[in-house]
Design a binder for this molecule. Structure first.
Ligand SMILES: [Zn+2]
Length: 389
């Protein structure tokens, strides 16, 4: 009989693998080394694409039956930044005042450690006879371009008969305290690059030039008009101008061109294509002044999605409530996550630690939160496999 692993010890070991994206191989080896002896069928999946580094991923599944519950997460981390600014080394996993400090403790090795502790604990308690199967999809490409990670593992899973029935993503979701928020959807994201061209000239002879700046300001005003008022599960879509650059350092030159960058986080009222149509309509509606013209390029790597509330979202919310005593708010805010890929295959809910310190110097997790999260995950699993269907 194995002994249920201590979640703090698991996290410490993961933190001591400095898996700065996309080099998560050693951390994935560790996870596979814990899961395989307990009966998980472990598949190391290396994917690559033009212009990106090859990325290691791990898919580990216990059993083949249904229902199939999948936990998705990542073991790559962002770089530590200025190491000397950390109060203890970023890849040591030191514990002080009840907190483990280290890169990835919160985002999201802590969530992975909590889930592994939970599932191995369940097996230890006799759950090897699960009425279904449980898997982990662990990628090394969440903090990077997200091209050779979750999206390709999911394709591989579908091709090999491993499409899950439900998925829990363990990213940090808490805002103020563990349990206050779970996510059932995410906004989409669209990047825009607007170029406004005029004609460069001497400021003293404006008639011989065409200043693109007034035109740019009119176009920006049109872009930043409200897009909607929000929908049932989402806040209003939001477009932020992130750069306005005329590349001009001379006070006596009218610039010939202005480059404007923006990003739009959009709700389920829009798709990226529909949003682009609307933005072009707005730009076209601004009367083209004289010799100025504009050009828009967009890119989007995330559509918005929502998981319908029901049995699965209730199961997660109730497990949180019964473990922590807090009813989690089911929200759709924040940035994009790999859940946007999972939603194409099965219902997905995100629940994890509090996102207090992710990507910061001295990223940390309270050990008590880590232990509580493992208890929440354990209860989710127990109830999932008790369900009649
Ligand atoms: Zn993350």
């Amino acid at each position: 009989m194995m002994t249920t692993p201590d979640v703090t010890r698991l996290l410490g070991a993961l933190v001591r693998c400095p898996s700065v994206t996309p080099d998560a191989g050693a951390a994935l080896d560790l996870a596979a080394g814990w899961l395989a002896p307990c009966g998980f069928d472990c598949h190391r999946l290396v994917f690559e694409a033009d212009g990106t580094a090859p990325v290691d991923n791990l898919f580990a599944r216990l059993g083949t039956g249904s229902p199939h519950f999948c936990f998705a997460g990542h073991l790559d981390v962002v770089p530590p930044g200025e190491t000397s600014a950390w109060s203890s080394p970023p890849f040591a996993g030191d514990i002080a005042d009840g907190k483990m400090i280290g890169r990835g403790t919160e985002d999201m090795k802590g969530g992975v450690a909590a889930f592994i502790a939970a599932v191995l604990g369940l097996i230890d308690a006799g759950g090897a006879t699960l009425s279904g199967s449980v898997s982990l999809l662990l990628t090394g490409d969440e903090e990077g371009p997200a091209v050779n990670g979750t999206v390709k593992v999911l394709e591989w899973m579908a091709e090999n008969g491993h499409t899950p029935d439900h998925c829990l993503v363990g990213e940090p979701t808490g805002v103020n305290t563990l349990g206050d928020v779970a996510k059932i959807g995410r906004r989409g994201s669209l990047n825009g690059h607007l170029t406004v061209r005029g004609k460069q000239g001497h400021v003293a002879y404006p008639a011989r030039a065409a200043n693109p700046i007034p035109m740019a300001l009119d176009l920006i005003a049109a872009l930043t008009e409200p897009l909607d008022e929000g929908t049932g599960n989402f806040e209003a879509s939001n477009l932020q101008i992130t750069s306005i650059d005329a590349a001009n350092t001379a006070v006596n030159i009218i610039p010939g061109r202005v480059e404007i960058l923006f990003n739009c986080r959009f709700n389920d009222r829009w798709t990226s294509a529909g949003l682009e149509v609307e933005l072009r309509r707005r730009l076209n509606a601004v009367a083209a002044a004289g010799a100025t013209s504009w050009q828009l390029k967009t890119s989007s790597n995330a559509q918005s999605f929502i998981t319908a509330t029901g049995t699965f979202t209730n199961l997660v919310a109730k497990a949180v409530k019964d473990t922590i005593g807090i009813e989690p708010e089911l929200t759709t805010g924040g940035g994009t996550s790999d859940a946007r890929f999972v939603t194409k295959y099965c219902p997905v809910v995100e629940f994890g630690l509090v996102g207090r310190s992710m990507h910061q110097v001295d990223e940390y997790v309270p050990v008590s939160d880590l232990e509580t999260l493992a208890c929440v995950y354990r209860l989710i699993l127990e109830r999932y496999f008790e369900q009649p269907d």
